[in-house]
Design a protein around this ligand. Structure first.
Ligand SMILES: Cc1cc2nc3c(=O)[nH]c(=O)nc-3n(C[C@H](O)[C@H](O)[C@H](O)COP(=O)(O)OP(=O)(O)OC[C@H]3O[C@@H](n4cnc5c(N)ncnc54)[C@H](O)[C@@H]3O)c2cc1C
Length: 457
């Protein structure tokens, strides 16, 4: 399989999410003279689907984003990833069911994305507005909207992408960046299955007033990625930025919440919830919290936060949409190493399409962006090595890296799903203490060596 001679080969990308768009920009920036690129998305316009959630972009994700994107996109990064302000700690803190600290991941405090990129270690990152990040990545991208891919056809000299509207396009390489339900993956690797982790999650975005943000920040000591572990396999996640989203007297802040609990509770109790009715879903989330959590200040705060979720579109009060119909969703993942390696042909997978992972460790988008970076770097060599070799090297590295993160995220979720007795609590709390010490020592040593190295230079 090689690109046909005498013409510039064309790359087709299915899916204009974070992964597909990063790769699109990267081809144009880094491979511009070697390849043409076209990108398609099933949505009818950029506003079609809610792209909310605060998400954590780690040092590797930031570095790859800089590699993939041109200056005009990078100039807009502060809209999506505003520089950390002094009181914000862009890291994770875990507390127990009544708010006692269990774990805190030490991180280097940085003032901007540029500082993160230039660090020689990985312990830094930034909370970004996912919808804004996508908006910024749409800058200068010529997306063909309303093109729902339903599969592909390979032939000797190329590949056709097939769309639901009956049309098709021809190219030399097809990139499936079409998310967890990717039809391209299902056709290419039918035995690479989605794994259900037995946890149900309700994810929402809310605008919270300053007094609630202050209460959260005092529990979590100004750490922005916050998790409270319940005793019954449930967990309350919140991602906050302390940048006001409006100019009112009591400012509002943007908060993402994810409340998860074991799915078998819903099955056992045979409850009926209308997932198309936001009120029904939120009433259910609140009643689960009341059922699984002890009455205490923290539980009251969580209920208060969930009560702010709008049941209908509130209009344009905030500069972003807080309303996204809440639904119950399952934690699912795809481990690319769960099947033997697949054919290194003209059809290549990237992002959630090939390695979806649950959000607990905040690694899904970071992996999608790293895929875009890696695939570009491999394709830089295609004239000497040929497409097959480049894609083989991409697949090998992508599978190992992303599988590691899928499994780490899966283990975290499965551990949290188990209800805890008194003995389990002692073991869990000790494990967190040991993990904290290990991280602390690693970061201390890395920072020390780095300083010594710099002063030596
Ligand atoms: C609550 C929550 C919190 C998260 N937090 C983090 C975090 O902190 N850090 C992190 O790194 N990750 C996080 N993630 C995961 C992250 O959002 C995903 O891993 C990331 O969006 C994957 O990007 P992608 O481009 O591969 O896929 P997607 O973002 O799913 O994009 C796929 C694109 O393909 C399009 N598409 C789908 N089907 C078709 C089709 N048939 N034809 C054409 N186009 C199609 C879609 O419209 C979409 O635009 C979180 C996820 C959730 C749900």
């Amino acid at each position: 399989m090689e690109a046909s001679t005498n013409k510039i080969p064309t790359i087709l990308i299915a899916g204009a999410g974070i992964g597909g768009l990063s790769f699109y920009h990267s081809v144009r920036k880094n491979l511009g003279k070697k390849f043409n690129v076209k990108i398609f998305d099933r949505e009818t316009s950029p506003q079609d689907r809610w792209q909310g959630h605060n998400i954590y972009i780690n040092k590797k994700g930031v570095t790859s984003l800089f590699y993939c994107t041109p200056a005009e996109v990078q100039d807009r990064f502060p809209e999506a990833m505003p520089d950390p302000i002094s009181k914000e700690y862009h890291t994770i803190m875990i507390v127990d069911h009544i708010g006692r600290q269990l774990f805190y991941l030490p991180q280097q405090k940085t003032k901007s994305l540029y500082e993160i990129e230039s660090l020689n270690h990985d312990y830094a990152g930034v909370i970004s507005y996912r919808n804004k990040l996508r908006e910024v990545l749409l800058e200068g991208a010529d997306i063909q909207w309303g093109k729902k891919c339903i599969g592909y056809e390979e032939c000797d000299n190329g590949v056709w992408i097939l769309f639901e509207d009956g049309t098709r396009e021809f190219g030399d390489l097809l990139i499936g960046a079409d998310g967890v339900n990717s039809p391209i993956r299902k056709q290419k690797i039918p035995n690479l299955e989605i794994n259900d982790l037995g946890l149900t999650s309700i994810d929402v975005d809310v605008a919270i007033p300053k007094n609630l943000a202050d209460r959260l920040m005092s529990i979590y000591s100004n750490v922005l990625i916050q998790q409270s572990l319940g005793l019954n396999g449930d967990s309350f996640f919140s991602y906050l930025r302390l940048i006001p989203i409006d100019q009112s007297e009591e400012p509002f802040y943007r908060l993402t919440i994810g409340y998860s609990y074991p799915t078998n509770l819903d099955i056992k109790e045979n409850i009926s919830i209308d997932d198309n009715d936001p009120e029904s879903v939120m009433k259910h989330a609140i009643s689960r919290i009341k059922q699984l959590r002890p009455p205490c200040e923290l539980t009251d705060l969580f209920i208060e936060l969930l009560s702010l979720v709008p049941f209908s579109h509130p209009g344009e009060k905030y500069p972003y949409r807080t309303y996204n119909p809440p639904r119950r969703r399952q934690f699912r993942d795809i481990d690319p190493l769960s099947v033997p390696s697949w054919k290194n042909d003209r059809v290549v997978l990237l992002g959630d399409a090939v390695h979806a992972m649950n959000p607990l460790l905040g690694l899904g988008a970071n992996n999608a962006i790293q895929d875009a970076d890696l695939l570009t770097k491999e394709l830089l060599n295609y004239e000497n090595d040929g497409l097959t070799k480049c894609i083989q090297r991409y697949n090998e590295q992508m599978r190992v890296r992303s599988s590691r993160d899928v499994i780490a995220s899966r283990k975290t979720a499965l551990r949290q799903k188990v209800p805890l007795g008194n003995m389990d609590l002692i073991v869990r709390n000790s494990m967190f203490k040991v993990t904290f010490m290990v991280y602390y020592i690693i970061i201390f040593i890395k920072t020390l060596f780095l300083r010594m190295y710099k002063s030596y230079l």
